[in-house]
Design a protein around this ligand. Structure first.
Ligand code: 5GP
Length: 204
């Protein structure tokens, strides 16, 4: 029997660098399975269907909600984002570690459904730096930037619901911290003990 994989939820305020850290982490850990989200927002230049997102109309997205195809979903700055459930569950069942890169409302929903998941809060080194990153992305209008900042402030307050806080001061350092967490999670007694119990039963 294969042990179930870890469900890792990488979340945190808008603009903190979740996408960049997740991308770097996937390059360092090719066995980590990345869950591609569904969204109703328009593709940005260079984004590819099925790689960055599954791009959906609002109607298609609502249908996915009704048919309970999403593990979680959230409305974020006027668009829907959600995690397709069947893919995540099949990968976990196959013993693969799966990472979700999602905003905080969705992360809280996953925590209710999957309390055994590992919840990582990616934190900015300081709030001024956070603001620079939101503005610095340069692809959004002023109104969207302002709303993203408001969301970011309230998101910081949600840190308390997470298992780990990973400061994103430098991408490589943040990745190393996450790799250390993944290793530690695999070594947790509860994930190991059944093998020894089985052996004990066999030898007695
Ligand atoms: P962006 O539009 O910049 O790609 O993503 C906006 C926000 O949506 C980011 O904070 C990103 O982490 C979050 N996001 C991406 N996919 C999902 C998802 O499946 N569920 C939730 N709840 N948030 C998501």
């Amino acid at each position: 029997m294969v042990d179930r994989g870890l469900l890792l939820v990488l979340s945190g305020p808008a603009g903190v660098g979740k996408g960049t850290v997740c991308k770097a982490l996937r390059e360092r850990m090719p066995n980590l399975v990345y869950s591609v989200s569904a969204t109703t927002r328009n593709p940005r230049p260079g984004e590819v269907e099925g790689v960055n997102y599954f791009f959906k109309t609002k109607e298609e997205f609502r249908r996915m909600i009704e048919q309970e195809e999403l593990l979680e979903w959230a409305e974020y700055v006027g668009n829907y984002y959600g995690t397709p459930r069947p893919f995540v569950e099949s990968m976990l069942d196959a013993g693969r570690d799966v990472i979700l890169e999602i905003e905080v409302q969705g992360a809280l929903q996953v925590k209710k459904k999957f309390p055994q998941g590992t919840f990582l809060f990616l934190a900015p080194p300081d709030l001024e730096e956070l603001e620079n990153r939101i503005v610095g992305r340069g692809t959004e209008t002023e109104d969207v930037i302002r709303r993203r900042m408001e969301v970011a402030r309230s998101e910081i307050e949600l840190m308390d619901h997470y298992d780990y806080v990973v400061v994103n001061d430098e991408i490589d350092c943040a990745c190393e911290r996450i790799e250390a967490i993944i290793t530690a999670e695999h070594l947790k007694k509860d994930r190991q003990v059944h093998k020894y119990m089985k052996w004990l039963k066999e030898v007695t």
